[in-house]
Design a protein around this ligand. Structure first.
Ligand SMILES: Cc1cc2nc3c(=O)[nH]c(=O)nc-3n(C[C@H](O)[C@H](O)[C@H](O)COP(=O)(O)OP(=O)(O)OC[C@H]3O[C@@H](n4cnc5c(N)ncnc54)[C@H](O)[C@@H]3O)c2cc1C
Length: 417
């Protein structure tokens, strides 16, 4: 079934009886060419590109809960390509280009909205840092414009420009940045993978990884043993636990990140606004809710809920930046488990076990990476060679100290960056 304007119109006129489920619910086979552990954004996009670009279709994605229940459906949906360091810069640039063609590619409305992202700065030093970042983005082929204070006021007149502690000096505008509907991204990739023959197995937890003579043979699951020639681990906040099943100890800490949404309001915020000094970022959803978040809860945890001190901190930061927000009522809040690397940059690599691959360490920025992560991980699994856009995401950089990418403010201890 293909989606089109004509299909929506004809279904609307004939009682909406012709829609079919987005994906099947197959029973697991005993044997696959590739098993992907984790049905989040990265696992689903990996399966999709394995099938679409490498012709592999005997693939299963094993998800312990339901598709879209992890971080892919819990994030604040910001999509951008404004990373600074070589390695990250070209990877996120690759990701944004894939985003820009994603809806046509998937034949699915993921509500990708390039409404523009503005990163505010509040001192001369911060302006210099953003000017450098903007130059790096332009050198990479992406867009960046340095706005002065009046330039920011033109777009965001409701901010507190003369705040005593954080007066606004200006902002870095990234016009191609924006948002996408997070769970639609999961559903779109799931549907695309299913259409190409991939088995999406929900409620199937991997409990063990079978290894013989240094080579992966398959996995143990709550629905029985499954053999596989290749296995990819893509489980975000659970990366440490699942990798431990293969005897691997990862340089990952799992932390909680919370998000908040208010009641629906009339359109008031038409960009994504990021206030790094207070660690606060906000956009407005298509339904009108203000969607915002802040810093990690500062303790390691596997609980998908946060704690009150960070709630208070985020609300204070919001009030500092835009006092008008105080009138809005918070409707919901939730948490997700972040896979934080020490340098704030991800890992897409082979492990020491033949046929076992890992994709993790997305910190709190992995939603925007979903298309490129799947694209590059699929390339690695299919060819055993890293994709050109992800050559620096090596696992052993934490053991050797070579090639660390200390992307400011994104590692597990960002107060130390
Ligand atoms: C509050 C919040 C805000 C965020 N905001 C942004 C943002 O604005 N922009 C951005 O780019 N990123 C953001 N992120 C980060 C982004 O959501 C994550 O980096 C990304 O979604 C992680 O990859 P994933 O989608 O594959 O993870 P997930 O959706 O968590 O997928 C991993 C899956 O693995 C499954 N799994 C785990 N263990 C097993 C097992 N043993 N067997 C089988 N399955 C298993 C889990 O159930 C889960 O479904 C945010 C995250 C949170 C929580």
């Amino acid at each position: 079934m293909r989606f089109s304007g004509w299909k929506v119109l004809s279904e609307g006129l004939t009682g909406n009886r012709g829609w079919s489920p987005h994906w099947r619910e197959p029973e697991p086979r005993q044997d696959y060419d590739v098993v992907i552990i984790g049905g989040g954004g990265h696992g689903l996009s990996t399966a999709y590109y394995l099938a679409k670009e490498h012709g592999l279709t005997n693939i299963a994605v094993l998800e312990k809960n339901y598709i879209g229940g992890g971080n892919v459906g819990r994030n604040t949906t910001i999509v951008r390509a404004n990373y600074f360091l070589p390695g990250n810069s070209e990877f996120y640039s690759h990701a944004l280009k894939l985003w820009e063609g994603l809806e046509e590619d998937l034949n699915y409305n993921v509500m990708h909205s390039q409404r523009g992202l503005i990163n505010l700065f509040h001192s001369d030093g911060q302006r210099d840092a953003f000017a450098r970042r903007g130059n790096a983005m332009i050198n990479q082929g992406d867009d960046a414009e340095l706005l002065d204070r009046e330039g920011v006021r033109q777009y965001l007149p409701y901010l507190d420009f003369d705040n005593g502690r954080f007066p606004i000096y200006g902002g870095l505008l990234h016009r191609r940045g924006g948002t996408a509907r997070h769970d639609a991204v999961a559903w779109g990739y799931a549907r695309g993978a299913d259409q190409r023959g991939v088995h999406l197995i929900q409620n199937c937890e991997v409990t063990g990884i079978d290894i013989e003579n240094g080579r992966v043979r398959g996995v143990q699951t709550t629905r029985g043993a499954i053999r596989a020639r290749k296995v990819g681990i893509v489980v975000a906040g659970r990366s440490g636990q699942v990798a431990a099943m293969a005897g691997l100890r990862l340089p990952i800490e799992s932390h909680v990140l919370q998000a908040f949404v208010t009641e629906g309001l009339k359109p008031v915020i038409d960009h994504v606004v990021s206030f790094g000094m207070g660690h606060f970022y906000i956009s407005q959803s298509d339904k009108g809710g203000l969607v915002f978040g802040g810093d990690l809860d500062f303790y390691a945890s596997y609980a998908q809920r946060g704690n009150l001190p960070m709630v208070e901190h985020v609300m204070e930061a919001g009030m500092t930046l835009m006092p008008m927000i105080g009138k809005a009522r918070v409707l919901r809040s939730w948490g997700g488990i972040m896979d934080m690397t020490p340098d704030g940059s991800p890992i897409i690599d082979k492990t020491g076990v033949d046929g076992l691959y890992i994709d993790c360490g997305w910190c709190y920025g992995g939603f925007k990476a979903v298309p490129a992560s799947g694209h590059c991980f699929a390339h690695l699994i299919a060819t055993d060679r890293p994709h050109g856009a992800a050559t620096r995401f090596r696992l052993d950089r934490f053991r050797t100290g070579h090639g660390l990418m200390d992307e400011e403010g994104t590692g597990a201890q960002h107060n130390l960056h």
